[in-house]
Design a protein around this ligand. Structure first.
Ligand SMILES: N[C@@H](CCC(=O)N[C@@H](CS)C(=O)NCC(=O)O)C(=O)O
Length: 230
């Protein structure tokens, strides 16, 4: 019994977090049952502070009583622990490239997309162009494939999917920004359509209307904090 409890998987997350969304997707694809603990990020639980005292962020995965931190590292842990339906590419080169592109999405594409929403110092048009230049690398990467992972969903589909179509695009839409127009990004558009058809992933995506309201509130809060600083 004690051993069984030890094997239990827990996920501390926040419903609108793209990082939490990617962990939910990976657990779903692997068919791993887990207990989900929703965090209030304004009033973080003692458990979150105890498990992630350095960054105090979600997601945190708990397995065999130990915390695993940072969404992309959690995806790797999940892939190595439950080896059915592999997520990461098998070969060392493809694996390294997938890790590089995941970092690129989180560290370059997401902040550039965010700037077009709240902090376009050089004007919205320039911010959009800068973000699109980066997104073009993803267009090239998915060209000629069903998914970034090839014929099936893989690591990059989860990372890019949680961040761009199921987060960025929703925020750009309410701002009237067509960040990924069909004429410019035909392959990414095809990929987004395919992703939307994968029910098992869609179950992990924040509900659209509620999510858009949350993104709007966030955007207004961030904008007014910039105004106060300047
Ligand atoms: N690099 C981290 C980022 C996680 C992250 O930024 N989480 C946000 C929610 S989307 C959070 O917990 N924010 C709380 C805070 O910053 O205090 C990951 O991939 O897990």
């Amino acid at each position: 019994m004690a051993e069984k409890e030890d094997e239990q998987v827990k996920l501390l997350g926040f419903w609108a977090s793209p990082f939490t969304c990617r962990v939910k997707m990976a657990l779903k694809l692997k068919g791993v049952p887990y207990d989900y603990l929703e965090e209030d990020l304004v009033n973080k639980s003692p458990l979150l502070l105890q498990l992630n005292p350095v960054l105090k962020k979600v997601p945190v995965l708990v397995h065999k009583g130990k915390p695993i931190l940072d969404s992309n590292l959690i995806l790797e842990y999940i892939d190595q622990t439950w080896t059915n339906n592999p997520i990461l590419p098998q070969g060392p080169y493809d694996k390294a490239m997938a890790r590089f592109l995941a970092k690129f999405v989180d560290e370059q594409v997401a902040p550039a997309g965010f700037r077009s929403l709240v902090k376009a110092e050089k004007g919205i048009e320039v911010a959009i162009e800068e973000a699109q230049e980066l997104i073009m690398f993803l267009e090239k990467e998915v060209t000629g494939k069903d998914f970034f992972g090839g014929e099936t969903i893989g690591f990059l589909d989860i990372v890019v999917g949680s961040m761009i179509p199921f987060c960025g695009v929703r925020a750009w839409e309410f701002m009237g920004i067509d960040m990924i127009p069909e004429e410019k990004f035909p392959e990414l558009n095809k990929w987004i359509k395919k992703l939307n058809e994968v029910e098992i992933l869609m179950e992990c995506v924040p509900p659209r209307e509620e999510h858009i309201k949350h993104l709007k509130r966030n955007q207004e809060r961030v904008k007014s904090s910039y105004k106060k600083q300047t």
